[in-house]
Design a protein around this ligand. Structure first.
Ligand SMILES: Nc1ncnc2c1ncn2[C@@H]1O[C@H](COP(=O)(O)OP(=O)(O)OP(=O)(O)O)[C@@H](O)[C@H]1O
Ligand SMILES: O=c1[nH]c(=O)c2[nH+]cn([C@@H]3O[C@H](COP(=O)(O)O)[C@@H](O)[C@H]3O)c2[nH]1
Ligand SMILES: NC(=O)CC[C@H](N)C(=O)O
Ligand SMILES: [Mg+2]
Length: 528
C-alpha cells in the first residue's frame, strides 16, 4: 500500500537520482517553475522510466566518477527515446561519456562560486543571460571533449566544457548546479530547459492541483463514505478540505487524542477547523490505548510502529462508533483519508530506492492488516505546495500557516520511555517555549521548534541553594523550506534566556535547557 503510484494527471519530469545531495532540490525547483516532477533512482531500468511517460528527464549530480569501476551509468538508449534530457554535474558527465565525449580527472577541482565564460553567446539553456553567470560548482572531474553534435555553450577555468547543447535532439548538460539558490541564473537554466528545450507549460499551480485532486477523490470514493484523520495540522486540514469539496457530508473527520498532544491542542482543532469548514468531527479519547501500548518502550522505531498501529486501531474503533450512531446504522466506512506528504513517503523509504530514515506513523508505521482503502490527495506534494492549495481552498491563515507537529506527538520527543509524568513535564516546557516564541513575533521565521525531554539523562544542578538532579530540555528551532533539509534557527539570545529561565523555574524536574545547533543533515528535525 505504501508503494501505490503517485497520483496525478501531469506527465512528470523525472529527476534521476545519482546519489546527489540535491536531487530533492532539483525536483523542487522544477515545481517552482510550475512543472510537475518526481524523483526516481538511477537503478530504475529505462523501460520503467519511459513507462512513466516522462515529459523530460533530468540526470542529477552524484559522488561517483564515470570512469570508476561500477560507476552508475545511463542507458544510451535514453538519448534516442525522443525525451528531452538535461544532465547536471555527474549527470552531465555520464551523458557526455555515454554519447562519446571524454571525461577526465583534470586535477582542476572547482567548489563553490565559479565564473563562467560564454563560448558562443547566451543561447539555448543560457538564453537571456546578460552576462556569463557566476555559478555554483562542486566537481573534481571535467568533460574535456563534448560528444559529437553538441555545441559548447560555456566554459570555466577548471571546466573547458562547462555547458553543452544539442538543440535538435533536445539534449543539454551543465557542469554546475543550477538548482542551488546562490547559483546565478540557475532557475533560468532550468526554466529554459523546461519551457524552451522540452516545450512544457507552467501548469502545475495550486488551483490546478486542487481541481485535479477533487476529481480524483470523486472517482476513487464515488458515493462511499470516508473518515479523515484530522490532527489540527496543515496537511490533514487541507486533505480534509479537498475531500469535503469532493464528497461533502459523506466525510467525517476523526481527531484522535492519543495523550501525546501538546497543551491546548484538542481544543484548537474544534475551534479552528470546524469553524472554518463546518466539517463533521468525531473526537476519540484514546489516551489509555496509546499509553499502555507504549509502556516501557524506548526504541524510536518501535515507538513509531506502535503509534502507527494504534492510530489505525483508533480509526477502526471510531468508524464503528460513527456507523452505529447513524440513524439507519449505515454501511461501513471504506476509506481513510490521511494528510500524507511526499517527504513522509521519501523519508519512510517508500519512495523508490530511498533509505528508510524513520517510519512516519502514517506511512511506514501502518499495520499490515489495514482494513481501509487510503485516500491521500497530498502524496505528491511538498509542504509549501500544500499550504498554497490550502489558501486556494480558502482555509484561514491560522491553519495553513501553522508550524508542523508530528503525528506521534510528544511520544517521539521524550527520549526514553513515555509515561504520564514525563509527558506532563514536557507539555509544560513546550507550552512555555511556544508562548515565548509567539510573543517574540518569530512564529513565521521558525519552521518549527521541537522541545525534547531527555528523560533518561540527568545532571546536577543547584536550585534554591539545594542540589538538584534533574533532566535537560532541548530546544530544536529550525528553519526549512520543506523539512527535507533544515538549518538551526539563530534565535535571539534574550529570547533563549527567557525560555531557559522560565522552564527551569516553572517546570519541576528540569534543571537545564540546551540548544540544538545541528543542521539537517546530519541531524533530523525530531530526535527520534
Ligand atoms: N491526533 C491525530 N488524530 C487524527 N489523525 C492524525 C492525528 N495526528 C496525525 N494524524 C494523521 O496523520 C497524518 C500525518 O500527520 P502530520 O503531522 O504529518 O500532518 P498534519 O498534522 O496534518 O500536518 P502538520 O505536518 O502540519 O502537523 C495527518 O495528516 C492525519 O491524517
Ligand atoms: O506526521 C508525522 N509523523 C511522523 O511520524 C513524523 N516524524 C517526523 N515528522 C515531521 O516531519 C518533518 C521532518 O522530520 P525529521 O527531520 O525528524 O524526519 C518534521 O516537520 C517533523 O516534525 C513527522 N510527522
Ligand atoms: N557533484 C557532482 O555531481 C560531482 C560529480 C563528480 N563526482 C565530480 O567530482 O566531478
Ligand atoms: Mg501534525
Amino acid at each position: 500500500m505504501t508503494t501505490a503510484p503517485l497520483t496525478t494527471e501531469h506527465k512528470p519530469v523525472l529527476v534521476v537520482d545519482y546519489g546527489a545531495q540535491y536531487a530533492q532540490l532539483i525536483a523542487r525547483r522544477v515545481r517552482e517553475a510550475r512543472v510537475y516532477s518526481e524523483i526516481v533512482p538511477h537503478t530504475m531500468p529505462l523501460d520503467q522510466m519511459l513507462a512513466k511517460e516522462p515529459a523530460a528527464i533530468i540526470l542529477s549530480g552524484g559522488p561517483s566518477s564515470v570512469y570508476a569501476e561500477n560507476a552508475p551509468g545511463v542507458d544510451p538508449k535514453l538519448f534516442d527515446a525522443g525525451v528531452p534530457v538535461l544532465g547536471i554535474c555527474y549527470g552531465f558527465q555520464a551523458m557526455a561519456n555515454a554519447l562519446g565525449g571524454t571525461v577526465a580527472e583534470t586535477g582542476l577541482r572547482e567548489y563553490g562560486r565559479t565564473e563562467t565564460e560564454f563560448s558562443g553567446g547566451p543561447r539555448s539553456v543560457l538564453a537571456g543571460a546578460h552576462t556569463p553567470p557566476t555559478v555554483w560548482m562542486s566537481h573534481g572531474d571535467s568533460v574535456t571533449a563534448a560528444p559529437e553534435g553538441f555545441e559548447v555553450l560555456a566554459s570555466t577555468a577548471g571546466a573547458p566544457v562547462a555547458a553543452i547543447a544539442d538543440d535538435e535532439r533536445k539534449l543539454f548538460g551543465v557542469q554546475w548546479h543550477p538548482e542551488v539558490k546562490h547559483c546565478e541564473f540557475g532557475q533560468n537554466v532550468l526554466e529554459n530547459f523546461l519551457y524552451d528545450g522540452a516545450g512544457l507549460q507552467a501548469e502545475w499551480t495550486a488551483g490546478s492541483i486542487a481541481d485535479e485532486q477533487i476529481e480524483r477523490i470523486r472517482a476513487q470514493v464515488g458515493d462511499g463514505k470516508a473518515i479523515c484523520g484530522l490532527s489540527g495540522g496543515v496537511d490533514s486540514a487541507v486533505a480534509a478540505a479537498l475531500v469535503q469539496r469532493a464528497i461533502g457530508d459523506n466525510l467525517t473527520c476523526v481527531f484522535v487524542n492519543h495523550g501525546l498532544l501538546r497543551e491546548g491542542e484538542a481544543e484548537q482543532v474544534e475551534k479552528d477547523f470546524v469553524a472554518a469548514t463546518g466539517a463533521k468531527l468525531y473526537i476519540a479519547d484514546e489516551r489509555e490505548r496509546f499509553l499502555s501500548a507504549l509502556d516501557g518502550v524506548t526504541d524510536p522505531e518501535t515507538k513509531r510502529k506502535i503509534i502507527g498501529r494504534e492510530f489505525i486501531r483508533a480509526f477502526e474503533a471510531a468508524e464503528k462508533a460513527i456507523v452505529e450512531a447513524e440513524a439507519e446504522a449505515g454501511e461501513p466506512v471504506k476509506f481513510l483519508v490521511q494528510g500524507t506528504l511526499y517527504p513522509d513517503i521519501v523519508e519512510s523509504g517508500g519512495g523508490e530506492g530511498t533509505a528508510n530514515i524513520k517510519s512516519h506513523h502514517n506511512v511506514g508505521g501502518l499495520p499490515e492488516d489495514l482494513q481501509f482503502e487510503l485516500v491521500e490527495p497530498l502524496r505528491t506534494l511538498f509542504k509549501d505546495e500544500v499550504r498554497a492549495v490550502g489558501r486556494e481552498l480558502g482555509l484561514p491563515e491560522e491553519i495553513v500557516g501553522r508550524q508542523p507537529f508530528p503525528g506521534p506527538g510528544l511520544g517521539i520527543r521524550i527520549i526514553g520511555a513515555v509515561n504520564e509524568e514525563r509527558l506532563s513535564i514536557l507539555r509544560k516546557a513546550d507550552a512555555i517555549a511556544r508562548e515565548e516564541l509567539t510573543n517574540a513575533g518569530l512564529d513565521d521565521e521558525v519552521w518549527q521548534m521541537p522541545v525534547v525531554l531527555l528523560a533518561d539523562v540527568r545532571s546536577v544542578g543547584v536550585q534554591g541553594d539545594g542540589r538538584t538532579y534533574g533532566h535537560p530540555i532541548v530546544l530544536r528551532p529550525v528553519s526549512s523550506e520543506d523539512a527535507m533539509t533544515a538549518d538551526w534557527s539563530r534565535l535571539p539570545y534574550d529570547l533563549l534566556a527567557r525560555i531557559s529561565n522560565r522552564i527551569t523555574n516553572q517546570v519541576d524536574g528540569v534543571n537545564r535547557v540546551v540548544l540544538d545547533v545541528t543542521s539537517k543533515p546530519p541531524g533530523t528535525i525530531e530526535w527520534e
